[in-house]
Structures are given as C-alpha cells and as structure tokens.
Design a protein around this ligand. Sequence first.
Ligand code: FAD
Ligand code: NAP
Ligand code: SF4
Length: 672
Amino acid sequence: MPYPHLLAPLDLGHVTLPNRVLMGSMHTGLEDRAADFDKLAAYFAERARGGVALMVTGGIAPSIQGWLKPFGGRLSMPWHVARHRKVTHAVHAEGGRICMQILHAGRYGYHPLSVAPSKIKSPITPFTPRALSSRGVERTIGDFVRSAQLAREAGYDGVEVMGSEGYLINQFLVERTNHRRDAWGGDAERRMRFPVEIVRRTREAVDRDFIIIYRLSMLDLVEQGQSWEEIVALAKAVEAAGASLINTGIGWHEARVPTIVTSVPRGAFSWVTRRMKQEVRIPLVTTNRINMPEVAERILAGGDADMVSMARPLLADPDWVRKAMDDRASRINTCIACNQACLDHVFQNRRASCLVNPRACHETELALLPTMARKRIAVVGAGPAGMACASAAAERGHAVTLFDQAERIGGQFNYAKRIPGKEEFHETLRYFGHRLADAGVTLRLGTCVDVAVLADGSFDEVVLATGITPRRVTFPGSDDPRVLSYLDVLARDRPVGARVAIIGAGGIGFDVAEFLVENPPSPSTDIERWAHAWGVDMSLAARGGLDAAVAEPPQREVWLLQRSEGRPGARLNKTTGWVHRATLKAKQVRMLGGVAYERFDDRGLHVHADGKPSILPVDNVVVCAGQEPFRPLADALRAAGIPAHIIGGADVAAELDAKRAIDQGTRLAATL
Ligand code: FAD
Ligand code: NAP
Ligand code: SF4
C-alpha cells in the first residue's frame, strides 16, 4: 500500500477513522449566510467523496459576542440547526464524517459586542472588548456546551473547540491578555480553567462517541505567550476532561512569525507536536504546511503525530486522499500556500476559493459538464490561463491543441518558481503537465503561432492566452546594458552585480529583490535555518516559543524603488505582504517611495527622492515596472476575420495574477 502510515485507520475508541487525514477548519464565507448552506454542503460533500477521514467546518460562533464579524456563522439557537443538517446529511451521504468548529473570537471579534477576559484591545482589530464578569464567563462556557449539543442535534460527528490562533480561549490562558484576579486568572492553573471547563462540561453533555477535538496552541509565537510546561499541563487536563483528539495550533493571528505562507518550509512545525507525543495518550494531530502525501507520510512514520491536518490542500484538490490511495500523487493539484484566493478573500469579506482550483467553494456554480458538441479548439499560450483553459476544455470532451513558443509549459510560472520561497510553483507545473496529458490535449511546444497556423480552418474556436510583455521605462541611460529587465535576471540568467536598484516595487519587484538578496539554497527548504531567521525557539525554553531572530547577511545590497509616495509593498496581498516586507527589511533592503528616476551612468542611478537629488551607487538596475498585454495575434486574427477569445494577461495585464488567469481560463472552458 502506498503511504502505509497515512492510510492506516485510526481507532478513537468509539469511532474508527479510515485514514489519518483531517481536513482542518477553514473559513470559506459560506458558513455566514443561511442561503449559502447548500453551497457549503456541496463543498464538503465533494471532499468527503474524495476520501478524507474527518473534516472540520469553518469557525462557528457559540454566541453573538463570539462572532468573528457581524452576522457571522453561529449555532446557538434551535432554529439554526436545520441549515447545518444540510451539511451533515450531504457529508454522511458520501460516507464522510464532519465536526463543527466552535470558535469564540474574543477580542479578535470585528464588532463592538466583543468580549475578553480583560479589557485589552488586540493589535489587529479596532474594537476594544468588554471584560467578561464572572457570571459572563460561566455563561460563555454554557454557550460552548449548548453549541456542541446543537451540533450533535444537527448531525455532526463531533466538535472542535478552537483553543488556538489567539482567540478567546488563548486570551484566557496568558497574562498578556488576562489580568483577572478571580477564579479565571491570576496564575496559570486558574487561567486554564476556562478551556478545561468547556471540554469537561461538553463531554458531560454528549455521549462518548461524539468526537471532541481540542485545538491546542502549542506555540503561541507572541511575547508573554504560554510556557511549554503550561501547554503540557493544559494538554493533560484537556485529555482528562474528555477530549478525543488534540489538534495542533501554531501562532496567534497577531504573531509576527509566518506560519502558513509558501515560504514556510513544509512540515515546519511537526516537531512541536512530536514533543507533545510524550505527554498525552489521546491521538495528536499535527498541522501547517503539509501539502503532499510524502510529507504527511514522513511526519507520521517519524512518530511526530497520529494524524495530519490539511485545510488549504483540500481546497486545492478535493480528491487528494483518493489520489494518494490510488498511488497517483503526481496528479494532486498541490496547494502552493499563496493564500491569494482563500485567506486573502476571507479578509476582504469575499467567498474563499483557490488559485489553482477555481471550483473550490463554487462547486454548484462552476460545473465542467461533458460537452454534447465536440469542437476543435486552439489555445495559444501555455501559461496558467492557457493551461487551465486547455485542460478543462479537453476534459469536457473537446479536441484541444495547446501551443507555446517556449519549449516548456508554464509561461511566467517558470520564473516565479525560481524565487526563494516559491518552490511550490514547481508543483503547479507538474500538475498541469499530467492534467493536460490525461485530458488528451495535443501539446505543440516550440511553436510560435501566427495567423497562418490558425487560418486553415483546422479549428472551430481560438483562444489567445499569450500573456504579457514587461513594461519598458525610459530615462537617460536606460538603454545601457547594465539596465536589465526582470526577465534578463530570471529567464536569461544575466549576471547581476553586488549593488542593485530595482525600479518598481510591485509583486515582481519584491520577488526579484528576494531572489537577489537570499543566499541559495532557499531557507524554505531547511526548517532549522528558517526558524533561526524568524526567531522560533525550537528548544521551547522561552515563553511563546520566541527567540531573537537572526537574519543571514544579504547576498547583495539592494534598493527597492517606486514612484508613488508611501511605503513600498503597501499593495501586496493582505496575508502575505507583511512577510515579504519583513524578509526584505531583515536583509537590509532599502525601500523608497516617491522616487523620480533621472538617469543611469557609471556613477549609478541618479534619482530624486525626499525632495533632494541623490545617486544610488549601483552596478545594475533591474526594471520591474509592471506589464502590458501581449497580443499581436489578436489584431492579425481580427484582420483575417478569425474570431478569438482573449484570456489572462493578453486580455488585461493590470493587476493580473495567476488567480485571475486560471479562473478566467477555466470559466471560458466551461462555456465553450
Ligand atoms: P503567461 O504566463 O505570460 O503565459 C503566456 C504564454 O504565451 C507564454 O508561455 C508565451 O510563451 C506564450 N506565447 C505568447 N505568444 C505566443 C505565440 N504567438 N505563440 C505561442 N505561444 C505564445 N502570480 C500570482 O498569482 N502569484 C504569484 O505569487 C506570482 N508570482 C510571480 C512571480 C514572478 C517572478 C512572475 C514573473 C510572475 C508572478 N506571478 C504571480 C504572475 C503570474 O505568473 C501571471 O499572472 C500569469 O503567469 C499570467 O498567466 P497568462 O497565462 O496570462 O500568461
Ligand atoms: P505591479 O504590481 O503592477 O507593480 C509595478 C510596479 O512598477 C509598481 O511599483 C509601480 O509603482 C511601478 N511602475 C509602473 N509603471 C512604471 C513606469 N512607467 N515607470 C517606473 N515604474 C513604474 O506589477 P508587477 O510587479 O509586474 O506584477 C505583475 C503582477 O503579478 C501583479 O499584478 C501581481 O498581482 C502578480 N504577482 C503577484 C505576486 C504575489 O505574491 N501575489 C508576486 C509577483 C507578481 P509606481 O508607479 O509607484 O512606480
Ligand atoms: Fe492553497 Fe493558494 Fe489555493 Fe489557498 S489559494 S488553497 S493557499 S493554492
């Protein structure tokens, strides 16, 4: 059997799970509106069909005070039960199991009704919480228990008590957020009474076969976080109180150490769960940056945990487990940990989806149904837009030919994958390579398509996915060979000197800066090196697991410039931008806004910044000044009277990313 540890059953006493994969809780936005529960049910049903042993819903509040945001998902009243039944029925019909996560946001609540152990505002929300009275604490415990009882009524197989990521339960556990001197604060034992009472009273209220997962923050990654001894004491108390499983939580939301983004090494935190293995007898679940079966198998075989939790990887590929079972891991659509369509959407109050799988959370709307009218389709350009369109159209039954002038598929992803911390982009290319072949797409690489190729009537439909061309900037000296484009650096390996100015501080400017300052091999491939650089204390001696961050010296001296005023990188994605900014800051990259580019000569780049002229003494300038659509074929086809669909960067280059490219390609394929 492939992956013998991953695919082994797990006996929880009253329930036996068929394998070791837990789909971790992930907010999708669908749980917030009763009208969206049919979509939520379809989303979970598809994942149950894919073979995952146990799933956990996104966080559901046990009360209005516990809301993450106004009118967010809640299970506290009998009339809420019916909508949840849609989910549990759909999952059970597919032979799956599902627990509901009870999440009380505490001071992370984005609304004026939020409560906390003490009146201390969080650094990431604008609302100051009200301190709970002693009766209020009792009532809140009651809310958790009531929500669990209602979850049982709704047909859930269990609940997960959310005790990590800095939410209410964490807020009770540490002096940082709990200044109480009553029965719920003052020392570690009294601070941990709150979660222990929740688990104990919940277990009393439900039968033994009802699963209680406790999500335990094993590494807070904030100052004045819990000590390891306190965490172990809590784990033991939660076990004694009746939990069936302990799931691992890493880092509060306000922590300044990245825990899930793509530059975090795979399986970067399973060593923490491993330490806990010696302390408790109930099964432990480990989590964070586990995205492929070989990673999960290694972690389980090494004895770090009894189960692995993955949330985003199952958003990316609902059939992840089934493919592992069938020994077809090469066909898995791997989560690249970009957060672009999942977490970033949730932060923008938009429905979550997935960059590499636009059907995620749109299962009932974006159906790729078999076609009744097979067409011959030419797709020009095998970047993300073209690959997505070609594979989806061929899967529907069309005869698709995919052209690219390059000798390999992938378009700009071939440059993205070279950025330190973006190694996961290789996986998307591997996935599409197999998917295109499995779908029977005819691949014609090394073929620069012109009108003649498309004009002989061989195709019923033409799709142009020819991407972009980098924007050129002109100033005196910009034609000097030492002024390079990002493609010179990433595609043509042109040598770059020790001091570099980068023009343009968008996503590509930041990526190129990381490429130029980081010492290979990428720290994302080495857990200890990465932990050292971010100040994660792997000895667990310090409170919160925090140590001093020790950055490696940069490989080059880099200036990152933009014309607009303000902080470079302010427009980077919400959940990942801060990581890029912190990385470059640690590498002493000088980031300047409000810069005018005057000229380049032997003395360097002459600029005007902060109201005065200066010369940046650089050997090279790398231009990352955005992109323009590349579609000369469009005009030629129009002139020849051949209609074409235009997608991806060829359509609109401004603010283009792979999320839009893949989504647009897939949606077009659904209509052809
Ligand atoms: P492209 O990827 O540009 O593909 C177009 C293809 O068309 C090319 O392969 C080209 O060879 C081919 N072609 C053009 N003309 C012809 C012709 N006449 N005949 C045959 N073939 C032709 N996006 C994100 O979402 N997240 C990221 O983290 C991210 N990081 C990036 C990092 C870097 C360094 C770079 C360069 C880009 C990054 N991007 C990222 C952007 C992302 O790669 C692009 O948005 C995406 O590739 C656009 O897809 P596309 O299919 O429209 O075009
Ligand atoms: P971008 O994000 O639009 O940034 C372009 C940069 O160039 C800006 O800093 C802009 O700032 C500057 N600029 C624009 N026109 C200029 C001109 N004429 N002269 C000088 N400077 C100019 O584009 P990008 O960095 O090329 O990225 C392309 C796309 O890839 C982005 O939309 C992004 O979504 C995607 N991408 C995403 C990621 C990610 O991690 N999510 C990473 C890489 C790329 P000023 O105008 O202020 O100078
Ligand atoms: Fe993973 Fe990115 Fe998809 Fe989120 S959007 S599930 S991080 S690939």
